[in-house]
Design a protein around this ligand. Structure first.
Ligand code: IMP
Ligand code: MG
Length: 174
C-alpha cells in the first residue's frame, strides 16, 4: 500500500486543533478535567491538543485493541489502562484519533462511566460516520472523512506512516 493524496496538511490540522481547543476551553475551563487518551493513534493529536488547551488537566491513558481484521471489525475491544486511572468526580474528555465503527469509543466511554466521573465527553480528530456500527456521541470533531483509509499524524497502517506530520489517504498499489 502506497501513500495517496494528502487530505489535511500540517497547517490545516494545527488550525483545526486550535479551534477545537478553544471550544473545549469554553465548555470545560475552571472544572477538574481529566483527559483520557486512547493509544496509540491519538498520540499526535493528544499532545497538540493539550498544548493548545492550556488547562491544568490530568492525563490518563488507555490502550485499545480490537480483534478481527480492520475491514470486518468484530466489535470486540480490549482495553488496557495505565496506572491508577483516577476519574471519579472529574469531567472527562476522551481523545482519540478517529471514530470509525464506533466500537472503541463506545467501550472506552463505558469503562470510564463505570468509574464515577462527573461527566464524559468525546473528542476525535477525524470522524468517518459512513462506517459506524455503534452509535457514539462525539462532542468535538476535527474533520469528517469519507469511507477511505487514512494515515499520518498518529494513524498507521500495519505500523507504517504513523509519524507523518499530515494526513493522507492510503492508495492501492497498481
Ligand atoms: P473503531 O472502528 O471506531 O473502533 O476504531 C478503531 C481504531 O481503528 C481507531 O481508533 C483507529 O486507531 C483505527 N482506524 C480506524 N479507521 C482508521 C483509518 O482510516 N486509518 C487508520 N486507523 C484507523
Ligand atoms: Mg485508535
Amino acid at each position: 500500500m502506497a501513500l495517496g493524496e494528502v487530505l489535511f496538511t500540517a497547517d490545516q490540522i494545527a488550525e483545526r486543533v486550535a479551534q477545537l481547543a478553544a471550544e473545549i476551553r469554553r465548555d470545560l475551563a475552571g472544572r477538574p478535567l481529566t483527559i483520557v487518551g486512547v493509544l496509540r493513534g491519538s498520540i499526535f493529536f493528544l499532545t497538540d491538543l493539550l498544548r493548545q488547551l492550556g488547562l491544568d488537566a490530568t492525563i490518563e491513558l488507555v490502550e485499545a485493541a480490537s480483534y478481527g481484521d480492520r475491514t470486518v471489525s468484530s466489535g470486540q475491544v480490549t482495553l488496557r489502562r495505565y496506572g491508577h486511572f483516577e476519574v471519579a468526580g472529574r469531567d472527562v474528555l476522551i481523545v482519540d484519533d478517529i471514530a470509525d465503527t464506533g466500537n472503541t469509543l463506545a467501550a472506552v466511554r463505558r469503562a470510564v462511566e463505570a468509574m464515577g466521573p462527573a461527566s464524559v465527553r468525546i473528542c476525535v480528530l477525524l470522524d468517518k460516520p459512513a462506517r459506524r456500527q455503534v452509535a457514539v456521541d462525539v462532542d468535538y470533531r476535527g474533520f469528517v472523512v469519507d469511507d477511505v483509509f487514512v494515515v499520518g499524524y498518529g494513524l498507521d497502517h500495519g505500523g507504517r506512516y504513523r509519524s507523518l506530520p499530515y494526513i493522507a489517504r492510503l492508495a492501492e498499489e497498481t
